[in-house]
Design a protein around this ligand. Structure first.
Ligand code: ADP
Length: 554
């Protein structure tokens, strides 16, 4: 507006007389004010940013108002052809909020007072005054108030959100920086986006140096045989590919300076597949060394103690045997108790030895194709005498459901170490017998699908309280109540079962109702029947070859 007015003013000096600009001629004061407004507005606008823009606008607005005011006063007041400019400008007052309204009200009121006092009463057209001064003001209030309201609401929401986000970002940064574990965030290409102080000190990299680098140039991961992990086994690559978290406790981290540490690693995906990952790791080198020393101690101690305990057990057995010793009834009673305790102690050392082997990785595994039905049948029948002596009915469900011995159970094969599998199944069946009162039943059943085989051991014994179930597979955990207090045990059997089943890539779990009975399940990956039969045949063939060779030698 100020630009157009300035042009008009200049035109009054340079335009030819034929243009007849007399109607829109601006006074020198109005023209100068309009030009000044244009220059000041332009300069201020170019210089100011953010909240400064408001003040730039308000200064330009006031100057413009002054220029238009002068034009109107000098071109016939309310009769001026520029009165529309005044009205238009008034509508924009609301743009500057209450300050704009106040300014217009004061100026309008002063100008109205001036007009009313100058002109004789009766000559003033009140309707046109109303139209010129009041209507634009009301329009301004309506238009800008509404606009202002919506703007304030959305602005507020925007500001609140921005504030909240920055607070969350600050908090997250504080937390991430305070974590003693190393935290590294990488994007889909494997470039480091964030590295916390713990990771910086573990790796010996500064934040600025590591940011933006590929994670593989900052650290390397090797397996327990010190072989560098390949892309197919690299947990970070796996997470980027499959978008599921991975936890590994068997990897070494090698820094660029060559420092090697055993780490516990958790890699979690961020966002969509391949968008990025968060790597959290902890140096567990000293924990592992400590655990290894502990396991070695337990293993050596139990090994050494098992021998004298076996001797005590043997001699007590001899003392209790009427054919090798003569003792009175009282002594027999004492010796029976001593014999039971020696057996318990022997079992404890055996369990401790097995557990320490399972824990420090000394447990060797020789997987073979196993026909689960016949294997479980053998294990069950080997425990039949134990069940009978406690008046427990031990049922092998595939045979019991099939008295005519037809093949109705599908053939299930697994690829597992037979010794470990036997240990697990017999442990669970023995527990079933142990924790079921006389005249109860323990049932062994087999089921499966395309990819899994499940052996279930079901008893109608004492059951397990719900609160104990989650701890049952922990080391040394025993349910402590009146039902179990009389029954001896070490609390290591189920822990060992879990370790063995996990080593066979399987799963073990329990469902139980206290006072009614328990169901233990052992699930292993199912092996393809053809492949299993082929492997069994090869094994039989090589066994036969060895026998023939031995016979020929002798
Ligand atoms: P242990 O039998 O030597 O005490 P386990 O690890 O085999 O140790 O079992 C841990 C605990 O789980 C037992 O002490 C017992 O309380 C409970 N438990 C195991 N099997 C059964 C079962 N079939 N029925 C009821 N309780 C059981």
């Amino acid at each position: 507006m100020s630009f157009v007015m300035s042009l008009l003013w200049i035109l009054t000096y340079i335009a030819p007389a034929t243009w007849q600009l007399s109607v829109v001629i601006l006074s020198p004061l109005a023209g100068a004010l309009a030009s000044a407004t244009f220059i000041v507005s332009f300069v201020l606008y170019m210089m100011s940013k953010g909240p400064m823009l408001y003040w730039t606008g308000i200064i330009s607005y006031f100057m413009m108002y002054a220029a238009v005011g002068v034009v109107i006063i000098t071109t016939g007041h309310t009769e001026s052809p520029f009165i529309m400019l005044w009205m238009l400008l008034t509508i924009f007052a609301g743009l500057f909020g209450s300050l704009g309204f106040m300014f217009i009200c004061v100026v309008d009121a002063a100008y109205l007072t001036y007009i009313l006092s100058e002109q004789p009463t009766g000559t003033v057209n009140l309707t046109s005054l109303l139209f010129i001064f009041v209507i634009p003001l009301i329009m301004s209030i309506i238009v800008w108030r509404r606009q202002g309201l919506t703007e304030t609401k959305s602005d507020k929401a925007y500001n609140d959100l921005a504030k909240e986000l920055s607070q969350v970002a600050n908090k997250s940064e504080i937390v991430i920086n305070a974590i003693a574990d190393g935290v590294i965030a990488i994007n889909g290409e494997g470039t480091i986006q964030l590295i916390n102080p713990a990771a910086q000190s573990i790796m010996g990299w500064g934040k600025q140096d590591a940011m933006g680098l590929d994670y593989r140039s900052v650290f390397r991961l090797t397996d327990s045989q010190d072989k560098q992990v390949l892309d197919e086994t690299d947990p970070v690559q796996q997470v980027l590919l499959n978008n599921t978290s991975i936890t590994r406790n068997d990897l070494n981290l090698i820094t660029t300076a060559g420092k090697k540490m055993f780490i516990s690693l958790l890699v979690s995906p961020v966002g969509q597949q391949g968008s990025g990952a968060i790597v959290v790791f902890r140096d567990i080198t000293s924990d592992v060394a400590e655990n290894r020393q502990k396991a070695e101690f337990v293993s050596t101690a139990s090994h050494e103690m098992r021998t004298p305990v076996a001797a005590i057990e043997g001699y007590l057995g001899l003392a209790l045997n009427p054919q090798t010793a003569t003792i009175d009834d009282k002594a027999r009673m004492y010796l029976i108790k001593a014999h039971e305790s020696a057996q318990h102690l022997g079992q404890l050392f055996q369990d401790l030895l097995d557990v320490s082997k399972a824990e420090d990785g000394r447990l060797s595994s020789n997987p073979n194709s196993i026909d689960v039905t016949s294997f479980a049948r053998d294990v069950t029948s080997s425990l039949l005498s134990k069940a009978v002596s406690k008046q427990i009915t031990l049922v092998f469900a595939p045979d019991a459901n099939n008295p005519a011995n037809q093949t109705i159970t599908p053939a299930y094969y697994v690829n597992a170490d037979p010794n470990h599998y036997r240990e697990v199944l017999s442990n669970l069946i023995e527990n079933g017998i142990k924790y079921t009162k006389a005249s109860g039943t323990v049932t062994v059943d087999i089921s499966g699908d395309e990819s899994h085989v499940i052996v279930s051991i079901i008893d109608n014994g004492i059951g397990i309280p719900t609160e104990d179930i989650q701890h049952l597979f922990q080391k040394f955990y025993r349910v402590d109540n009146t039902d179990t207090r009389e029954i001896g045990g070490t609390g290591l059997g189920l822990y060992l079962c879990r370790r063995l089943v996990e080593a066979m890539d399987g799963r073990i779990w329990v469902e139980s109702v206290y006072g009614k009975g328990s169901m233990f399940f052992v699930e292993l990956p199912r092996m393809n029947n053809d492949l299993a039969l082929e492997k069994i045949q090869v094994a039989q063939q090589s066994a036969q070859n060895i026998t023939t060779a031995q016979e020929q030698q002798s």
